[in-house]
Write a new protein. Structure first.
Length: 427
């Protein structure tokens, strides 16, 4: 098994950026999420390298991992942010992100969220329906401002991924049907409270092939031409996120090569147009920035052997939902030498939650003893953000390593945190 970048073995010890992960368990307890600043920085740099001199903005999809330190790290690198709620907007601003680099996606933006985003003066709303055009225009009128908008178009391209994370097909709840695009651009253009600035799509996640994205790009560029012919000039094209990562043995798309392919294709299209004003490229990567920058540390509590062997660990589906939700694979590795009396067997790694769906891995050969610590790899994206308090379990701590240093970036939840806001009956 190959470890993700910035992970290494020193003897039996698993290190992340030179910090022994066993020491993090000793210091901060278990379960704990750990993120590598260097890995996040490298993934972001790959996107930027791909852009080269082409005008563009990499808008990190906050929902993949919204910890303030992760956002802070990306804000310092000059990232933009793709948000899907008012809460994510607040996180970006509190992490030092610039509103001028925020784009707001999502099918269900409320009046309060739209007004907060207008008040903050974000860069653009990605509109997902006809009704949303009216809702944003009305909010802008109330506030006496002009809202910059883009329409999220459903290119109806199959991303060839898990059905729960395919978002760009005709049957999807997301985006505006390709066939309705022109009519809705005309409609948006007619509102003086709206400034139509862009076009976007986001067709799915964990895509291991660039072909569906290139096909979507071509479909959007065709629309940009048709719109230009009607006098609707767009200044950016946003291809969404969705590049896949290696969880097990997947061959992921090389980020900078992919981005360079996209910019070259746009430049070629541009060269054939009469309109020479450059169109800016926006991307909304989430998973490919953070997934392999994170690891969930957990400890073995019990070993139960029988017709099936179970390793019961202290992390559970409430900490990492992806196996239960998507049947997802995460590599699991020991953090150090096996403890006294370790047994080498094939284990189902499960949590203590009272659900048969509470599993983290099936059929893994591991040599382990109770008390041993394990690392669940590729846990930087869609992991802590989906954590819950099911079974009244406090959410895990989060730590960021940076060179030889490590920082607690979210304290483990206590029972008082869990009960905050709850009350008994008055009598
Ligand atoms: C989730 C999401 C993304 C990020 O997708 P990844 O697969 O994590 O890169 C980008 N844009 C929108 C609109 C999303 O909903």
């Amino acid at each position: 098994m190959t470890l993700p970048a910035f992970f290494a073995r020193e003897g039996r010890e698993l290190m992340l950026e030179g910090v022994a992960l066993n020491e993090i368990v000793a210091r901060f307890g278990s379960p704990t999420y750990v993120y590598s600043r260097a890995a996040i920085t490298a993934a972001f740099a790959a996107y930027r390298d791909g852009l080269g001199n082409y005008p563009g903005l990499i808008c990190y999809a906050v929902k993949a991992n919204s910890n303030l330190a992760v956002l802070d790290c990306l804000a310092r690198l000059g990232a933009g942010f793709d948000i899907v709620s008012g809460g994510e907007l607040q996180r970006v601003l509190r992490a030092g992100g610039l509103a001028k680099r925020v784009i707001f996606s999502g099918v269900g933006k409320t009046d309060a969220e739209i007004e907060a985003a207008l008040g903050a003066n974000i860069r653009c709303f990605n509109i997902e329906s006809e009704a949303e055009i009216e809702k944003i225009a009305a909010a802008a009128r109330r506030l006496g401002v002009v809202a910059p908008v883009s329409l999220r178009i459903n290119p109806d391209v199959d991303p060839l991924t898990h059905p729960y994370i395919a978002t760009g097909m005709k049957e999807s709840k997301f985006g505006i049907a390709h066939a309705d695009a022109i009519a809705l651009y005309r409609k948006a253009k007619a509102f003086e409270e709206l400034e139509v600035v862009g076009i976007d799509c986001h067709i799915g996640s964990q895509m291991l092939d660039e072909e569906p994205l290139i096909e979507s790009l071509d479909r959007l560029l065709d629309l940009v031409d048709s719109l230009a012919a009607e006098g609707i000039a767009l200044s950016h094209i946003d291809l969404g996120g969705g590049l896949g990562v290696r969880y097990r043995d997947e061959q992921s798309v090389a980020i900078s090569e992919f981005v360079a392919t996209v910019t070259k294709r746009i430049a070629r299209w541009q060269a054939l147009r009469r309109d020479t004003s450059a169109i800016e490229l926006l991307l909304e990567p989430g998973r490919s920035i953070v997934a392999n920058a994170g690891v969930l540390l957990t400890q073995v509590e019990y070993l139960k052997c029988g017709s099936k062997n179970f390793a019961v660990v202290d992390a559970a589906m409430n900490d990492l939902l992806r196996p239960a939700l998507y049947d997802a694979w995460h590599d699991i590795v020991p953090l150090g030498a096996p403890g006294h009396g370790a047994q080498k067997r094939v284990w189902d790694v499960v949590g203590p939650v009272c659900e048969s769906g509470d599993w983290l891995a099936h059929d893994r050969e591991l040599e382990i003893a109770p008390g041993d610590a394990l690392g669940i790899l590729s846990a930087g994206a869609y992991a802590m953000v989906m954590a819950s308090n099911y079974n009244s379990r406090g959410r895990a701590a989060e730590v960021m390593v940076d060179g030889g240093n490590c920082y607690l970036v979210r304290a483990r939840e206590t029972i008082d945190d869990l009960l905050l806001g709850e009350a008994r009956l008055p009598m």
